[in-house]
Ligand binder design. Structure first.
Ligand code: RBF
Length: 352
């Protein structure tokens, strides 16, 4: 028999086939404890993070990538690919469709309130693709999990400090008006953040109003600066900025005019110490970490939409930074601390 093999020149071919089977693992029929084939398991460990914009200047996106990377680093063989979608919002659906079509990624992670509609539409064409969406809400799609933050609480705390600081400024008694510069208008801004900010200011004094201006994009620091300067000329002393890369211009204009700024999403006291008088933050890095971990452990409840706020430890106002103490008087800090304490304890409930 063996002799026949040699004689017919078949042995080398047999050896090559054997080597190929061993190297590719095809012949071994390996399976893991979950019974998932190795190829499928590999895909579930490949995660794409789609940044709808750019990371620079938008800490909400930097926190997103950091959290996903941290969860991935804790497990073997998980890879994370971060893709910046740029500022042309018309391109985002095409880019995410291409990611889903590639079939490479078990999970696409992203963040902002426009992503649910995009993911829903991509999901129709690629029904197997799974999504983890933060800072947005979509319910009932078995492939999409979403988590949003209680931004009424976040904005209320920003409005409260803005009003307190305004009243302490020379022009504050005359103009009970606080400023808000946004990158663009969107439902979460118009229906939650802006009203929450106004309600926070009015909890200090019911006669407060908001001067609300829109940059029209998330990067133009020059436009942010000129909107802020115009507001300040009109009597506004404190401005909340939620405009990505344009925030820098708002803070600079406030600094130059002796006005103040309130920062959103991350601790901004270090941006311009003395000018930034409040930081209403989201712990998106923690949320991205925890939800990615759930995904990797197979427990992320796709189909559900969850919300977290101050009492859950995902929304907060930063009080323990010495630059806050350096920028704001002890009287104002103690009034702000009282308000924040009432939200943390659940005594003051603001709704969603
Ligand atoms: N926030 C940013 O900080 N940077 C951005 O580039 C950015 N782009 C956005 C694009 C769209 C279409 C929408 C609806 C929101 C965007 N936001 C951006 C706002 C973000 O989702 C969130 O509301 C704010 O960061 C306040 O938490």
């Amino acid at each position: 028999m063996i002799f026949n093999f040699f004689r017919k020149g078949l042995l080398p071919g047999f050896l090559i086939c054997f080597a190929v089977l061993v190297l590719t693992g095809c012949g071994a029929k390996k399976s893991n404890k979950s019974g998932v084939s190795p190829a499928a398991e590999d895909k579930s460990k490949k995660i794409a993070v789609f940044i709808p914009g750019v990371m620079s200047g938008s800490p909400i996106y930097e926190m997103l990538a950091a959290g996903v990377n941290r969860a991935a680093a804790e497990q073997p063989d998980v890879t994370v690919t971060v893709i910046e979608g740029g500022f042309n919002q018309a391109e985002w659906e095409k880019r995410i469709t291409a990611l889903a079509a590639s079939g490479i990624y078990g999970l696409i992670v992203s963040s902002n309130p426009s992503l649910p509609a995009i993911a829903q539409s991509v999901s129709v064409k690629f029904p197997e693709q799974q999504f983890l969406l933060l800072d947005g809400e979509v319910m009932g799609n078995p492939r999409i999990y979403s988590l949003r933050y209680n931004q009424r609480e976040q904005a209320f705390m920003a409005g409260h400090i803005a009003a307190l600081v305004t009243l302490g400024m020379p022009a504050g008694e005359a103009a009970r008006r606080v400023g808000l510069v946004a990158g663009q208008e969107y439902p979460a801004m118009n229906d939650i953040i802006l009203p929450g900010y106004l309600a926070g200011a009015r909890s200090v004094d019911p006669s407060f109003t908001v001067d609300f201006r829109v940059v029209g994009n998330w990067f133009d620091a020059g436009a942010g600066a000129s909107l802020a300067a115009d507001m300040i000329r009109g009597g506004v002393a404190v401005i909340l900025c939620i405009a990505g890369g344009a925030n820098e211009g708002v803070v600079q204009a406030a600094f130059e005019a002796g006005a103040k700024a309130v920062w959103f999403d991350t601790n901004g006291y270090g941006i311009r110490p003395g000018t930034v008088v409040g930081s209403s933050v989201l712990h998106q890095d923690k949320a991205a970490y925890e939800q990615t971990k759930r995904y990797l452990e197979g427990t992320l409840p796709f189909g559900r939409a969850e919300m977290v706020g101050v009492s859950d430890g995902f929304v907060d106002f930063v009080e323990d930074d010495p630059r806050y103490a350096g920028a704001v008087s002890p009287e104002i800090r103690s009034k702000q601390a009282e308000l924040v304490g009432r939200i943390r304890s659940g005594e003051l409930r603001l709704g969603e």
